[in-house]
Ligand binder design. Structure first.
Ligand code: PEP
Ligand code: MG
Length: 583
């Protein structure tokens, strides 16, 4: 067979070489037949039992999550459990059996197809992606109904001693990804998925090379084909020739050596060659992530995305964590960081992070009731969170970070509510740090263009480049159709970031970057040259960024950065970035 190359969207870095393992889609193998009157209730029971089994499977998966499991997994399993409980899935197929006398598999697939078709008409990309969650849950139920042996048991049996196995699938659910975590496979590619699909996020946190959006890879690749997955370039090479294999083996070995070397930097202070100390902080989603943050030598938490405590909670429609539950999570984090500062961001729910799957109904959710807007709209909920954070501040240095601020009255209302929360704690005789600092995420272009308004009222700023780019360039960050327009080097973006850093320095208000740009070592020198001194990122990215800082000389970087900022020509900017890398 001749070698060929497939291209997709790179979602998780690294190189893996191994054999393909194709995950079959259970939906394709369903039998269709009509049952007679007497069989109806037995068939309904059969389907109900399958639903119950899958519920138990999800429950077990959840219970077996180890503390090291990626933070989002619990939320993802929760979303699947919720989909399974939805009457559209759990009841309509039973009605189809009763009224149309379809067999259970056929009834289920009919309803899943019907729901999928409705999802195709939805404009919102995040919601459209939830179609795959529905399909995945449907396939789980089908596997139970048809009694097909668990794919993963087969895979694990095959994997033992077989070298790396690369999963090739039309789509993989995050819950199924869980089954692979014990080194059972070395990478994955899927036909579907965008950069921010749940499965992609899990792959990134598991640190496994992965490429999604490969269209028809699962149809073109055959079981046991040799594959090279290049998670940096977003490429899969099928049946590579000896020469190509050799080149990738060399690259792979080099990456591995670099990784090991970087691991040794844990206790090395992050200081530039010309003596400027830089603060490297961790982004976390749950208190358990502090272990990884400390492991790589983070000097604090720069962004605790608290919404993961709120998402995917099954049960009643609006099942929010109580004040005590939140307080426990925040205190655990503050204690785990052992005196290092922890910046807790208030709830950033809405847009691509709905409280419950399918809850978002706005036409343009990213521009809707999200983050601080959501919180100010529900002061009772917001006060509960503020009290919980304040109570945790009695246990170690804690800062409060507010997402998506744009208007002065939002800042003022937030500060008033914080005062109210403090008063409530005083009335109840509960302790908190009265000097707790409050900061703003700068992630709406309007905020980045009105900085004195923020510097006057707040103690620190943190630039959210993910949203700043989304809103400034008007591109949905979860839509793979416009992913190529997501450009951190657009002159407008560079100016918004540089102005924010400069305005903070002028007003003596500390500025950090906590968006993805801070964790990509490609941009470290550029940000240093703009004057950035605080970077917050996923723990896995910290060693490479530290290495870049240790190799950087501000005296050399600054003039090149100034030149980049004077240019409005993308080609000249690209040349400047190259020059920075060569210094
Ligand atoms: C950002 O927008 O850059 C950010 C850090 O927040 P999130 O990715 O959670 O929106
Ligand atoms: Mg954001």
């Amino acid at each position: 067979m001749t070698s060929f190359t497939l291209h997709g969207i790179p979602v998780s870095r690294g190189i893996v070489i191994g054999r393909a393992h194709l995950l079959a889609s259970a939906a394709l193998e369903v039998k269709h037949y009509l049952i007679d009157d007497l069989q109806v209730e037995a068939e309904v029971e059969r389907l109900k039992n399958a639903f119950a089994t899958v519920h138990r499977e999800l429950q077990t998966l959840r219970e077996e999550l180890t503390p090291e499991a990626p933070a989002e997994l619990d939320a993802f399993i929760g979303v699947h459990a919720m989909i399974l409980s939805d009457p559209m899935i759990s009841e309509v197929p039973l009605e189809i059996i009763r009224t149309r006398h379809y067999n259970a598999e056929w009834a289920l697939v009919t309803q899943i197809d019907e729901l999928s078709a409705q999802f195709d008409d939805i404009e919102d990309a995040y919601l459209r992606e939830r179609k795959s969650d529905i399909r995945q849950i449907g396939e789980r139920v089908l596997k139970v109904l048809t009694g097909s042996a668990a794919v993963f048991t087969q895979l694990q049996a095959r994997t033992k001693g077989a070298g790396h196995m690369i999963v090739v699938a039309h789509d993989i659910s995050p819950a199924d990804m869980l089954q692979f975590r014990d080194d059972a496979f070395g990478g994955f590619i899927t036909d579907l998925g965008g950069q921010n699909s749940h499965t992609a996020i899990v792959a990134r946190s598991l640190d496994i090379p992965a490429v999604v959006g490969m269209h028809n890879a699962s149809a073109l690749i055959r079981q046991d084909d040799w594959l090279i997955i290049d998670g940096d370039a977003g490429v899969a090479i099928v049946d590579p020739g000896t020469l190509v294999l050799e080149q990738y083996r060399v690259r792979q070995a080099r990456l591995e050596r670099e990784r090991k070397k970087l691991g040794k930097l844990r206790n090395t202070p992050a200081v530039t060659r010309d003596g400027q100390p830089i603060t490297l902080l961790a982004n976390i989603e749950l208190p358990e992530d502090c272990a990884a943050a400390l492991e790589v030598g983070a000097v604090g938490v720069g962004l605790f995305r608290t919404e993961f405590l709120f998402m995917g909670r099954t049960g009643v429609a609006r099942n929010l964590p109580t004040e005590d539950e939140q307080f426990e999570a925040y205190r655990k984090t503050v204690l785990a960081m052992k005196g290092r500062p922890v910046t807790i961001r208030t709830l950033d729910i809405g847009a691509d992070k709905p409280l419950n799957a399918g809850e978002e109904t706005a036409t343009n959710p990213a521009l809707g009731l999200r983050a601080i807007r959501y919180c100010l709209n529900d002061p009772h909920m917001f006060l509960t969170q503020l009290r919980a954070i304040l109570r945790a501040s009695a246990y170690g240095p804690t800062q409060v970070l507010i997402p998506m601020l744009a208007h002065v009255f939002e800042i003022e209302q937030t500060l008033q509510l914080l005062e109210q929360a403090k008063q409530q704690l005083r009335d109840a005789g509960q302790e908190y740090d009265p000097a707790v600092k409050v900061g703003a995420m700068i992630e709406i272009p309007a905020a980045a263009l009105a900085l004195p308004m923020f510097c006057k009222r707040l103690d620190f700023l943190s630039i959210g480049t993910n949203d700043l780019i989304q809103y400034a360039l008007a591109i949905d960050r979860v839509d793979h159709e416009v992913a190529h327009l997501y450009d951190p080097l657009h002159p407008a973006i560079l100016h918004l970031i540089a102005n924010t850093i400069a305005a903070g320095a002028k007003a003596r208000v500390p500025v950090a970057v906590c968006g993805e740009m801070a964790g990509d070592d490609k941009w470290s020198r550029l940000l240093l040259g703009m004057g950035l001194r605080e970077f917050s990122m996923h723990p896995g990215q910290l060693p490479a960024v530290k290495q870049e800082i240790l190799n950087s000389d501000l005296g050399l970087i600054k003039p090149v950065t100034r030149k980049i900022l004077r240019s409005y020509e993308p080609r000249a900017i690209a040349r400047g970035i190259k020059r920075l890398a060569s210094l």
